[in-house]
Design a binder for this molecule. Structure first.
Ligand code: ZN
Length: 135
């Protein structure tokens, strides 16, 4: 069976967890602000979501649950298999910290956008603008 591009990209999303909605929202905002970026550069620690090579800056878009954000959504752990989820999410958080440290060492400036920040698009956009503008 031949897959059309849409089906294929839907599958890719499901499999790799990339191109999720929060990430698309951020990309659109960044693009609309006039910045151009590369996506998921595999040669960088943590395959950053948005990479700005010339500015030497990186934006990650993190889901609050998967990346252990200190917000209400991040604290909501399923009751079933609680131990499993706690460990899995802690591993993610440790990996995130390692990746950030590695990127910093390589001279990249890193900005994290949390899923819950997407509730206030105006604030989100000005935050992105401040991060990308400052030298
Ligand atoms: Zn959050």
């Amino acid at each position: 069976m031949k897959e059309d591009p849409e089906t294929r990209s839907r599958i890719m999303r499901a499999v790799k967890g990339q191109n999720t909605t929060p990430e698309l929202v951020v990309r659109r905002l960044v693009f609309a602000s006039g910045y151009r970026y590369r996506l998921h550069r595999k040669d960088l620690p943590g395959k950053p979501d948005l990479v700005f090579p010339r500015l030497r800056k990186i934006i990650f878009v993190h889901g609050c649950f998967w990346h252990a954000h200190t917000c209400a959504r991040g604290a909501r752990i399923p009751q079933n298999n609680r131990q499993y989820w706690v460990q899995k999410i802690q591993r993610n958080a440790i990996r995130d910290r390692k990746n950030r440290a590695a990127l910093k060492k390589l001279g990249w400036e890193v900005h994290i956008i949390w899923e819950c920040e997407l509730k206030d698009v105006g604030k989100l956009q000005s935050g992105i603008g401040r991060f990308l503008k400052k030298c």
